[in-house]
Design a binder for this molecule. Structure first.
Ligand SMILES: *[C@@H]1O[C@H](CO)[C@@H](O)[C@H](O)[C@H]1NC(C)=O
Ligand SMILES: *[C@@H]1O[C@H](CO)[C@@H](O)[C@H](O)[C@H]1NC(C)=O
Ligand SMILES: *[C@@H]1O[C@H](CO)[C@@H](O)[C@H](O)[C@H]1NC(C)=O
Ligand SMILES: *[C@@H]1O[C@H](CO)[C@@H](O)[C@H](O)[C@H]1NC(C)=O
Ligand SMILES: *[C@@H]1O[C@H](CO)[C@@H](O)[C@H](O)[C@H]1NC(C)=O
Ligand SMILES: *[C@@H]1O[C@H](CO)[C@@H](O)[C@H](O)[C@H]1NC(C)=O
Ligand SMILES: *[C@@H]1O[C@H](CO)[C@@H](O)[C@H](O)[C@H]1NC(C)=O
Ligand SMILES: *[C@@H]1O[C@H](CO)[C@@H](O)[C@H](O)[C@H]1NC(C)=O
Ligand SMILES: *[C@@H]1O[C@H](CO)[C@@H](O)[C@H](O)[C@H]1NC(C)=O
Ligand SMILES: *[C@@H]1O[C@H](CO)[C@@H](O)[C@H](O)[C@H]1NC(C)=O
Ligand SMILES: *[C@@H]1O[C@H](CO)[C@@H](O)[C@H](O)[C@H]1NC(C)=O
Ligand SMILES: *[C@@H]1O[C@H](CO)[C@@H](O)[C@H](O)[C@H]1NC(C)=O
Length: 806
């Protein structure tokens, strides 16, 4: 029995390809054994056995022939490694390349659909291993080629896409690790449905999307743009759809690798240094996460939070959005009425997913629009190709998925909207409404238009608010026909006294309840300035901010209209022995986090930077689910010092919450809000007010008390009165710690709000706080007497500016 394998072995030895006479081809009578290779005609690529990285297994693969660093670009038996160097490759008479192990079992094989007559296998100088009929150099007739089965690497000439004629898909799959070429869980494919686009999958779930090709580039991959090194191409014809890259100088070496991280790498060989250069890698930020913001959401990496609804849409499940789970996406504020819809143009964005899209290459934009209008489920359209002024038509149906802002994409998308959502721009409205109100079509009938209402850029609501306010004034006007009044701003409807004046409850004609704040008359601000400021603040939208709906102006009378929050303000609960029981720790923690996010939004919103200047428990309102909403922001400049001075003493802001630098020098910065936030956190945790805090053992205020307990290693005693259950103690501890970091004496020692949100949200170790500022009541009293003309402690403290245009 021994003699037969021995014979076979001799036979093999006799016919194996000798490295001494390199060749690029084997026929059915030849073999390649471990240790031998074949080399492409120009010497660019080499095929043989190798072990990747630290692996000891043997693989049949193709690597660069002229590069000292062994770099595999293709692997045959990636799933079936050889245990030893006994592997042999041969070509069968049927035209199949087979890889045999020691016992002669086939552990890998190529395949073909066409029977072969006189097959040969040749390694081309492109790196493509081809099985074909001898002498037939027409690639179209090849029986099999390695380029059809990429691994984790694309070299020039390889494609990702689909052969429409054969139905074959070209796709890439990551290696499990640099030592293990077996399939990882990242795959790069072309989705052929709708208008084809490239997609990365992780375990068959979409991970990143390239965006549709716009004639010049992918709308979601601005980094792939014209460059001196490579040419990229998206080909879509009757035979095939694919993406491919070529080098400008084809004698260089270039590969595109899909690593297990999913961040595609473009790698160039540098002759001078004899090393590979990572020429370009996808910068996959959070907004690249597929459909992060859900249906009809849009991701903007510079915003905080990153997700917003497209204009005219609102969160479907606001509670999830509060928790930064945006996956439920957005729904229209106003449903489409198929017959009177228009479009809102959006530019500088990554186009939505095209899996369910429809396209026509010959339509122009006008035909495209009309085609969309004719089909009630069409939600958006764009030019397919933006070159030469634009051509072709791409339509979307139903939800728009996975959009982000990308200023680099110069493609306009037109999103279908109900006509009511497409009001003319606000400046026009202002003119019409504010200055020609008596002729305004919205103010009709029995009511005397005494107060004009501005705002909400949308026409319909403006009309609605306008009607209400023309009728429903405060008590002086109670002689107006009730017929037209939905409510009276009478004393009985007074909700309370806010920072800038009394607050009344009201109801809009559509049933929405509102809070109306009547501002004191002696604001130093001019009317235009006031309107301008309101206009900006109305646009601010965040779960944790009370929404300003609009304002009313009549002579020296100004009113602000807010959404009404039923459950009063935070101080109503936390400082009351009985009511505080309604706020268990999870609710309190939710409130702390919500305030942090709201404040972060104010501080970092992309258009405005708003310093609140008067953050305190009574300015944190609660919605019906006890979610916090910050109120009274942004108007501090308009209704600044004079009014608030009446409520406090000399210094704007509220004692107990103001930071040392403000009390001492009148300097206010984002970090002063952080200080107030820190006080708020300590108050929420302890249930005590900072100001007026008494302790039998010392004369410190709440900040000082918290600091002493923290230093003595008993911080949890601060929460003693709040009856916190054991599982939550680490959150309590973290809150106290963050609170103390926020009330540091020096503004520079205080974290910014994005760091606060981060610290509250994860388990990382926190920096150690130093002794806080203002930790006795006396400090504060002294500060309030000290001169506000003194020099600031450091030039880095920002000036008093409430609204800074970015
Ligand atoms: C490697 O060896 C193991 C057992 O040692 C065997 O099960 C496996 O099939 C071998 N693999 C190949 C490709 O020969
Ligand atoms: C060769 O491969 C076969 C099939 O994988 C396996 O059963 C056998 O053990 C392998 N032989 C050797 C010597 O590894
Ligand atoms: C060849 O094998 C691949 C999988 O390895 C398969 O997808 C393809 O359909 C096969 N082609 C033919 C012609 O059998
Ligand atoms: C994919 O593989 C990586 C590492 O191999 C792993 O961390 C990740 O969890 C995997 N993804 C899925 C969805 O299983
Ligand atoms: C192309 O690249 C090769 C190898 O790097 C280099 O020698 C040659 O000069 C380049 N040709 C041009 C036109 O840049
Ligand atoms: C659409 O709007 C028109 C005109 O405003 C109206 O007559 C029609 O009833 C509306 N249709 C729907 C479905 O709302
Ligand atoms: C594409 O648009 C052109 C021009 O409007 C039209 O003639 C053609 O029928 C359309 N093709 C399809 C498939 O709708
Ligand atoms: C609208 O377009 C969708 C998707 O292409 C199609 O299924 C539906 O039949 C079209 N409806 C009409 C009325 O044309
Ligand atoms: C408004 O006030 C008047 C007088 O106080 C009262 O008669 C009327 O019922 C009130 N209307 C509403 C809707 O409350
Ligand atoms: C605000 O107060 C300052 C100083 O007390 C005073 O000069 C100014 O006139 C006041 N402004 C208004 C509008 O009352
Ligand atoms: C503006 O109007 C839209 C649509 O009528 C409405 O959904 C939105 O809540 C309004 N915004 C404000 C600030 O009132
Ligand atoms: C909050 O308001 C809602 C609706 O008005 C009410 O049902 C709920 O009892 C209130 N919760 C508290 C704690 O007052």
């Amino acid at each position: 029995m021994d003699s037969i394998p021995m014979l076979v072995f001799c036979f093999i030895s006799f016919l194996i390809v000798r490295t001494a006479t390199p060749t690029d081809t084997i026929n059915t009578a030849q073999f390649i054994r471990d240790g031998d290779t074949i080399v492409s005609a120009g010497g660019t690529y080499e095929l043989g056995f190798f072990s990747p990285g630290k692996s000891k297994s043997r693989y049949l693969g193709i690597w660069y022939g002229k590069i000292s660093v062994q770099t595999a670009v293709w692997v045959a038996n990636r799933e079936t490694p050889l245990n030893d160097s006994s592997g042999v490759v041969r070509l069968t008479n049927q035209g199949l390349l087979v890889l045999l192990n020691r016992s002669g079992s086939i552990i890998w094989s190529s395949n073909t659909s066409t029977p072969a007559r006189n097959p040969v296998a040749q390694l081309l100088d492109s790196g493509n291993l081809v099985v074909k009929e001898e002498g037939d150099n027409n690639m179209e007739n090849s029986l099999w080629q390695s380029f059809d089965y990429p691994g984790n690497t694309l070299i020039p000439g390889m494609k990702v896409g689909r052969n429409i004629k054969t139905g074959m898909d070209w796709y890439v799959t990551s290696w499990k690790s640099p030592d293990d070429p077996s399939r990882g869980n990242i795959t790069g494919i072309l989705v052929p449905e709708g208008y084809p686009e490239l997609l990365l999958l992780e375990d068959s779930k979409p991970k990143h999307r390239a965006g549709p090709w716009n004639g010049l580039q992918f709308s979601g991959m601005p980094q792939v743009k014209p460059n001196p090194v490579y040419i990229f191409e998206f080909v879509y014809n009757d035979k095939e759809i694919y993406y491919t890259e070529q080098l400008h100088n084809s004698s260089r070496h270039w590969r595109v690798v899909l690593p297990q991280s999913g961040d595609i790498q473009h790698i160039l060989w540098i002759e001078q240094t004899q090393s590979w250069l990572l020429y370009e890698t996808a910068n996959t930020d959070n907004c690249e996460t597929y459909a992060l913001c859900g249906a009809n959401g849009i991701c903007s990496i510079n915003n905080s939070p990153v997700c917003n609804c497209l204009k005219g849409f609102e969160p479907k499940v606001p509670r999830d959005w509060d928790k930064t789970d945006w996956s439920s996406g957005c729904v229209r504020k106003t449903a489409l009425n198929c017959s009177r819809d228009g479009f809102r143009k959006l530019r500088g964005v990554k186009m939505p997913e095209t899996r369910k899209s429809w396209f026509n290459r010959s339509m122009d934009l006008e035909e495209c629009k009309n085609t969309c209008l004719k089909n009630c489920s069409c939600t958006a359209y764009t030019n397919l190709d933006i070159r030469d002024g634009g051509s072709g038509c791409l339509l979307w149906f139903n939800d728009l998925i996975d959009m982000r802002t990308f200023v680099q994409n110069e493609q306009d998308i037109f999103i279908r909207m109900d006509a009511s959502e497409l009001a003319p721009p606000t400046p026009t409205l202002f003119g019409v409404f504010a200055f020609h109100h008596r002729r305004s079509p919205f103010i009709t009938g029995v009511c005397t238009p005494l107060i004009r209402c501005l705002y909400n850029s949308s026409l319909s609501i403006l009309a609605c608010i306008g009607k209400v306010f023309t009728c429903c004034l405060h008590q002086e006007h109670k002689r107006l026909p009730v017929a037209c009044a939905t409510n009276n701003f009478s004393v009985s409807n007074k909700l309370g006294e806010g920072g800038f004046g009394p607050v009344y409850k009201g109801t809009l004609t559509d049933g929405r309840e509102i809070a109306v704040k009547r501002l004191s008359k002696n604001s130093r601000q001019g009317l235009d300035e006031f309107k301008n400021e309101v206009k900006h603040i109305v646009k601010l939208q965040h779960r944790n901010l009370v929404r300003l709906l609009g304002c009313c102006i009549e002579r020296d009378e100004k009113m602000l209209v807010y959404e009404l929050l039923p459950n009063k303000s935070l101080d109503f609960y936390i400082f009351d022995e009985t009511r505080s029981l309604l706020l268990d720790w999870p609710k309190r923690y939710n409130i702390i986090n919500g305030i942090a996010r709201g404040l972060l939004y104010l501080h970092q919103d992309s258009r405005l930077r708003i310093i609140h200047r008067d953050l305190k428990t009574s300015n944190v309102l609660l919605d019906y689910e006890m979610n916090p909403k910050i109120s009274d922001f942004g108007l501090a400049r308009s209704f600044g010092e004079n009014e608030t001075e009446a409520n406090t003493n000399k210094v704007a802001g509220t004692y107990g919450y103001i930071s040392p630098e403000y009390a001492n020098y009148g300097l206010y910065s984002l970090k002063s809000d952080v200080f107030s936030f820190g006080v708020l956190v300590l108050e929420i945790v302890s249930g005590y007010k900072n100001r007026g805090f008494h302790h039998p053992d010392h004369h410190l205020n709440l900040i000082g008390h918290a600091w002493i307990l923290f230093k003595q290693g008993r911080p949890l005693e601060l929460a003693a009165g709040s009856k916190v259950e054991t599982p939550y103690l680490s959150e309590v501890l973290r809150s106290i710690h963050v609170g103390l970091l926020c009330v540091q004496e020096n503004p520079e020692d205080r974290p910014n709000m994005s760091y606060v949100v981060l610290m509250l949200g994860n388990e990382d170790e926190l920096p150690h706080p130093k002794q806080p500022g203002f930790f006795t009541e006396r400090d504060l009293v002294e500060a309030s007497y000290s001169s506000r003309q003194s020099k600031p402690p450091s030039a880095n403290v920002c000036s008093v500016s409430v609204l800074e245009a970015r």
